[in-house]
Design a protein around this ligand. Sequence first.
Ligand code: FES
Length: 70
Amino acid sequence: MAEPAVVVKVVDNGPYQVKGPVRLVDHDNNEYEIGGRTHLLCRCGHSAKKPFCDGAHVRVGFKGDQRAGG
Ligand code: FES
C-alpha cells in the first residue's frame, strides 16, 4: 500500500502528530505559518500555544489511548 501524502497519528496520552505537506488554518481560514513536515497539535486543550502542543498534556496527566473500534 502506498504511503498517503499526509499521516495523522493519535499519540497515546498526547497530541495529534501530523506528518506531511499541509496547510494549517483556523476557523476563519487564516493560515498559520508552519515550517517543516511534522506538527504536533494539542488534543488535551491545555496548551498555551494552541493549536500546537506545548507539552502541557504531561503536566495535566491527560489520558487518551483509545483505539479505533475499541
Ligand atoms: S496535547 Fe500536548 S499540550 Fe495538549
